[in-house]
Design a binder for this molecule. Structure first.
Ligand code: PMP
Length: 313
């Protein structure tokens, strides 16, 4: 392991950078690059899961596609010309094998704009892809998270698009998450500029009212979460009614159940919002059902969803 300090996630020794495997300490972009100067990188994080048939990546194609689309939205046009899914899968497999992965882990893939001092623009610039592996540690407690609506609003689509997973925009998440922690909570709930619910600092949100699963729609300045989509597919297949629509902040206070979902949040039940207890403070039946379903899907225990897993080893 590279880093073992208490608050740091463990990072595996070998990384993929500039078309080859290198020690993680050698995977570096310049202080003069746009990636560092302007946060001009796009990224994704996907899980690697242990299944009965071996090690597999969950929804790898969807993650690659979101990475490509994030770059496209920002105007980073060189990545798409150089990388296709086949090459990306090959690099991922090579990295997982080289690190001899035998447990669930997270993989972070980032497209860095690494031209030096080019000024604030995006087109025609050199990019490098980095991929590294770190421990699958959840970002919110799994036994009932306590959330606070943030004083910081979610950056609207017309300022920095939420559907593009662009590194620089995560300063918005850092502000809101830190504010929540400083106030004694586990994470934040972002509202949009009109005061409607968006998501957590790095996870989507669902609530349950009268047996119906509700989540803010794609027009609500959210990241198009891959697990959000998985939850909606699970709901459809499990005959749980679901709806994507605008959610008022106070609907959270009267919800029967709330949960967060995302690669790094898994499916995390929420027990408190702004000092108000949700669903008696215990995990509700729909959250519990979806959580188990989702975990089974990710770990290859549901035959009908095998197509979402890419065998790696
Ligand atoms: N919203 C934000 C802001 C995020 O950073 C994440 C994590 N990628 C999510 C939602 C959840 O997305 P996913 O299910 O693709 O991990």
């Amino acid at each position: 392991m590279y880093a073992t300090m208490a608050r740091m996630a463990k990072i595996w020794e070998k990384a993929y950078f500039k078309d080859k495997l290198v020690p993680i300490g050698e995977a570096q972009v310049s202080v003069a690059s746009s990636a560092v100067l302007y946060g001009l990188s796009v990224y994704t994080v996907f899980p690697i899961c242990v299944t009965a048939k071996g090690i597999a990546a969950f929804r790898l194609k969807d993650h690659f596609r979101r990475l490509v689309l994030s770059a496209r939205i920002i105007g980073i046009d060189t990545f798409e010309k150089e990388w296709d899914y086949v090459r990306f899968e090959k690099a991922t497999v090579e990295l997982i094998k080289a690190n001899k992965i035998k447990e669930d882990v997270f993989v972070r893939a980032t497209v860095h704009v690494d031209e030096l001092v080019p000024g604030t623009r995006s087109r025609g610039m050199h990019t490098s892809l980095s991929i590294f592996i770190y421990e699958a540690k959840p970002i919110v407690p799994q036994d009932g998270a306590r959330l606070k609506t943030s004083v910081w609003r979610r950056i609207p689509d017309y300022a920095i698009p939420s559907r593009a997973k662009v590194n620089g925009a995560y300063v918005n998440s850092v502000l809101a998450k830190q504010d929540a922690i400083d106030s004694g909570y586990d994470d934040c709930i972002f509202l949009d500029v009109a005061g409607h619910v968006c998501e957590l600092s790095a996870a989507n949100i669902f609530l349950v009212r009268d047996g119906v699963l509700i989540t803010p729609g794609l027009e609500s300045d959210i990241l198009e979460g891959i697990n959000r989509r998985t939850v909606l597919e699970i709901a459809r297949d499990a005959n749980i009614p679901s709806i994507e629509r605008v959610v008022d902040m106070t609907e959270l206070y009267v919800a029967d159940e709330i949960f967060a979902c995302g690669t790094s949040a898994f499916i995390a039940p929420v027990k408190e919002v702004d000092g108000r207890m949700i669903g008696g403070g215990i995990m509700g039946p729909l959250t519990s059902k979806i959580r188990k379903f989702h975990d089974d899907v990710m770990h290859g225990r549901n035959e009908a969803y095998q197509n979402l897993l890419t065998p790696v080893v």
